[in-house]
Design a protein around this ligand. Sequence first.
Ligand code: AMP
Ligand code: ZN
Length: 481
Amino acid sequence: MTLKLYNTLTRKKEEFKPIDDKRVRIYSCGQTIYDDMHVGNARTYAAWDILNRYLTWKGYSVFHVMNITDVGHLTDDLDQGEDKVEKKAKELRLEPMELVTEQVQRWYREMKSLNMKRHNVNPRATGHMVEMIEAVRSIIENGYGYEINGTVYFDVMKFHRKHGYPKIGSMDIEQLKTGAGGRVSEDETEEKKSPIDFALWINADPEHLMKWPSPWGKGYPGWHLECSVMGTKYLGEKFDIHTGGIDHLFPHHPNERAQNIAMGDLDEEPVNYWLHSEHITTDGEKMSKSKGNFYTVGDLLEKYDFEVLRMFFASSHYRKQVDFNEEALETVEGNLEKIYNTLWNIENAKGGDKEDLEKDIEKMEKRFEEAMDNDLDTPKALNSIMKFTKKVNKGLDNSKEVLNKAKEKIQELGGVLGLKLDLETEGGKIPSEAIELMIDIREDLRKEGDYDEADRVRKVLRNAGVEIEDSEGKTRWKRTP
Ligand code: AMP
Ligand code: ZN
């Protein structure tokens, strides 16, 4: 069976054929690391994690790069405003790299807690300054870059005449040129040749903190440059898949593609498949750090198990917008419980001598693969597992061997979707209801003045990985990682 992926470059679902027979090279745009990861970011990373896991499951060897942006992403995506990292560091009175160090560590911790597979490389922009300066130099040499007062711009119209510029997404160059819909910078003080030109290297004001010496004076790289440079450094001039959220349809990805072609003076497409995930919204609006309407992964993991979040991500197709609310998490939590209950039922079953579940295992796997082959249709794939659990629960009189096979297959396919389905950790976890009950008991003990016994309850919970905190007459709890 062959995998088909929706390629934004051609706007078609296409059969996936890697450049090397069995090796797949993927680049994913990652976190701008000035603030905590929110559930929208995590949804996008989960989509690429599933892509990686599914390709691996199909027998490919995957080399996956996801960058970390620690410089150059300005508050306005169109080369204007302040550097997001620098702005936040100033607010917190930290060195920009102090903030980055802290946030990178947190990001790794949370990615691991979310059961995201480690990427092969997580390159950081500040670690690739020399390569970025070299890339700007090549773009100028190849005739697509020009400098004005220490800032180097990309000449989009010149590029467009030879290679076509806005190929990713569905934009028209004329609309972009006139700034229709406010999609290009309309700053009249700018000296660039065309409003659609974007910065490769930006001249730094004296008070700017993050700056590096370059042939054009002290400055810093434009946001798009890092992805071109780090992508080609680790994956080569031409690679298989490039991913990102749909906010990257403009300007990030068309600019990145143009740079890749201009850097290497290529005559062919630098990336074969461009994949874009839809956004998570809150009350219909895009969840974003700048709007402040976000749920952080850290906060959610204190309340929900990581598998609930992974179930939530797998429950919608990556190209469909999904609204986030806690009721939605509760629904998927119920489905997760159904899968676990089935695994427990198998674990506790005596088993009989039937074998009829065997053909259902095959059916589930076939359905799963068909769904995933169809542009990673995770909701359908998950549905094949859910349907199978019903069959298992009615077929517990199958032989223990067949039942165990069923269990392993559920775990294997669930694993492709980012679940762990590990009975040992599930078994060792105190359910939320039990925690609430113990907190009530502790409260009663305190009211009766039995503080020793109340403290014992706190200790028992702590040993089980639950921390409680009393403030303003309320008791809150969280699971410690
Ligand atoms: P950023 O940190 O803003 O550069 O975003 C990191 C990644 O998360 C990028 O791939 C974005 O496209 C993606 N992203 C940002 N906001 C959302 C959202 N609300 N829903 C889904 N993905 C998002
Ligand atoms: Zn990028």
